[in-house]
Write a new protein. Sequence first.
Length: 627
Amino acid sequence: MNTVLFLILYPVIVAFLLLVLPQLAVRKFIVVASTVILTVASLYLVVQYFSTGAVFFEFGSHALDIGIFILEIALAAIIIYISLKHKQFLAALLMLIGAVMTTWFELAYGGQIHATNNLFVDNLSLIMALIIGIIGSLIALFALGYMEDYHHHHHNVKNRVPFFFFIIYVFLGAMNGLVFANNLIWLFFFWEITTFCSFFLIGYSRDEIATRNAFRALKMNLLGGLGFSAAIIYLFVNAHTVELNQLPTLASTVVLLPVALLAFAGITKSAQMPFSSWLLGAMVAPTPVSALLHSSTMVKAGVYLILRLSPVFAFVEGGATVGLFVAMVGAVTFLLTSFMAISQMDAKRVLAYSTIANLGLIVLCAGVGSYELMWAGIMLVIFHAIAKSLLFLSVGTVEHNLGDRIIESMDGLITKMPKVAVGMVIGISGMFLAPFGMLISKWAALEGLVAANPILAVFVAFGSAATMFFWTKWLGKLTMIKEKPADFVAKVPASETFTLTSLAFLTIAVCLIFPLISKYSLEPFITSIYGHAYLLDQSNVAILLIMMGLILVLPLRLLTYGELNYKPQYLAGANVEKEKFYGSLGLTRQVTMKSFYLNNIFGEDKLFKLGVVSSIVLIIIMFGVGM
């Protein structure tokens, strides 16, 4: 238990140190040391509890519960004040309603609440702890160099880097608390802290657009928080429990409505339709925020909670029907946002839509709740966290060197910034190519859906086709061979280089060892819940490993592209000079190659409204079934 408490409290201590010690040299030392310490502590936790199964801890006291309540009310007061200051009255109202609900519950039932097990560790929380401890720490390390460049390029933004790192590390501590909490009241406390942290990080620049998008994220997540709070109150009043592990053991008449409310909270946090706009708006934040909140941690909190509810969907009478509508929200989100990603030219918006889509696929798997789809959902969490963090951070580095993040500007990046480009190729390959993990997980999801619900399998098939289209377009732009401009010099800080290299190797390494992850982590975990688990066919594993060996040739070969002796393209005798040709109207033109974006077919204006209306209807039906 000491390691669990350390992983929750240590990042908070680091956060305060970074706030009160703003010197750059001190900050670099603390962040580098913390990256090593959190990585080692996360790995040590795995060593401690890898083969123990679920372990529960009674740790806690009434005084600690009172302390959590007081802190929660204090944070609510701060948010209400800031909301009123910016005339964001809806945000203030939602926060006030939540504070009133929490206060009433504490005054009416606080003395009666006793959770036998406040904290716990099992294989799923170990996986999440590794993602938070390793990926989250690497993102903080990346931010060291990035934030210096950020303020170099954004002179009008006030430098509040100490506060930025303070929020980053509070966020990491809260995420660890969230995945180790068995007491739903504690889980909700950490859940709300992640909401507040995201609000401050998205609004970091404090300009009009950032402030508006920060409040949009806050309002949508506060709405989910009200559902979470209502679920806790309903559960305790009707079942006298606030423990997560007891949900599958409760009668259907008691558990279905609170589970629907908890699923609703997970849907808002994971930016599923109709709440996807908060994640898209959050792209205005510095790139490390995008990587931290929207690929590796915060949005994963939403799908983590829904994965925890899968046994209820699978085993409780009526749970399958509630789970079906949760899954349908995920299916609609996966399909439509995959199509919308096709029409995007902004690299971060492509990554945002892709993130929403892949989270939708995880929600779909968790909602159906079968053991095959539980396996696929957790695998998707792992592979998505690593590959998408790599891509978000790479885009941030490219943006600082090229001056924008438009995909069309990334022509010939393999010759301009070969190492960064290779990392992006690995990240994109990890998202959709065989034998990388995302494709394997999608295959398992399809296999499970064909058996459980063939109609939902159609959503996955068409959505996956769309993902192949937009990833292939981007991959082609990166690997296009063009002459490197003579005056172009890439500047990548050492902290960014180390982080991107580490994430690229992690992407490949996790794909190489995924059969071991499945056999020694996921299969025992899923067997403990369902009595049996999804097993990988050994012959398929051998084929995939051979394919992995072959595909490693691609990034190794690409690394030599920066050393090639460039020759101009032959343009059927019309060449004027390198990459220019003599046109039919007597004009000299630049040779350009543009991708298809098909905005008239897959544009946001056409598909977003359809997704919002569909998902709202599905959520209303979900609540109706829960009642």
